[in-house]
Design a protein around this ligand. Sequence first.
Ligand code: ATP
Ligand code: MG
Length: 445
Amino acid sequence: MAEQKAKAAVLAAVKGMNDILPPSVPRTDRLPDSALWQWFETTVRSVLGRYGYQYLLTPIVEPTALFVRGLGEVTDIVEKEMYSFVDSMNGDKLTLRPEATAGIVRAMIEHNALYNGPLRIWTLGPMFRHERPQKGRYRQFHQLDVEALGFAGPDVDAEMILMARALWRELGLVEGRHVRLELNSLGQPEERRAHREALVRYFEQHADALDADSKRRLHSNPLRILDSKNEAMQALIEAAPKLMDFLGADSLAHFDAVRAMLDAVGLEYRVNPRLVRGMDYYNLTVFEWVTDQLGSQGTVCGGGRYDGLIEQLGGKPAPAVGFGLGIERLLLLIQELGLPVPGAAPHAYAVVPPGTPLPQVVAALEALRAAGVSVLQHAGGKDGPGSMKSQFKRADASGARYALVFGETELAQGMVAVKPLRGEGEQVLRPLAAPTGWAAELLRA
Ligand code: ATP
Ligand code: MG
């Protein structure tokens, strides 16, 4: 009895982890559909290809030690957001990747990938963080992740930022209006150390004004206090010593060089001295692309330089820079703004009246598809294809521009009727024997 009950219970997705569904499946939570998703992926491939970035994939599961060593023991992610588990087969400590950079660096070290020179690479896929699910924040979410390894100069920092801008433009987002760039320099470790000491001294002097979280961080990770979202602490944070005042000549020159390249293409940005980022591995340039449209989940894309990470993970020292882009957030933004998105509708829908000899239909559709036309065939159930009325209803709902009607009289003449479903135009007859001759008509917008 109990067993029967368990069988009948409906299983649901894990909290904070979402299905990405085709547009024809209605959903109540307004999450982006798979058509939007595919359009994003196609655009990414095109834009990143223009900058010469190569695609790679790394495993979703990595040794836990990789993230502890890579991200820093006292970062939010490592402290409280990782899905870590013990492999029951062999006792290995494993973690579902919370971000992509550490895994990519691990792979590059393992394959000695920088042996022949620097690399530009990107990947895309799910990341996992145990956070409180809300709009724009999930436990399984997806990132586009871009990395340039082995480049020390400020030019590649600017390239990263401009590549993101090119992506916005291609997707219809306007920089300055829909997304804004925030920029900062974190300098080098020794400069950060001096700043950190000044910061600790300052916050110690104002210990009464610190909240519990900040008190805990005061000696473990005082920089993170600057990232506090607590309203009551903002004035105190605003007046704290600024890292920018501790940067040496080289760090300032690197920052100025990045800025000069952004200025040269007229990209506007705000220097935000409080921009620190959540991982410990960053140095020099850090940046975020932010929006005002998504509430407190306003960072769409964040990244920066991490010159020390490769060595920290056991590789030969090499500089690097990269960014991660939250795909759900970006697509929510595009949806929220109501930007035009190319449809996923087929060119044509094949209406097959009951009794039509299917082999002839199938042969014609195959020839059309080989010529590049997307055609949805009205496929029937056990009792045949259904009434003409219901078929035309489906044809309309598919968004197709044309219906191909395989009627008895037309077939008898070796023809198919091409009926426009949208806008102007007359129904015409086309020869079944030579579909490649008229396929182009269906492809025209
Ligand atoms: P936040 O401050 O919003 O928590 P973060 O600094 O933790 O972001 P990163 O680790 O830099 O984010 O990840 C890069 C991008 O991935 C973010 O800018 C965001 O767009 C997206 N992202 C991060 N965490 C989540 C999440 N839990 N759900 C959805 N998207 C996320
Ligand atoms: Mg976070």
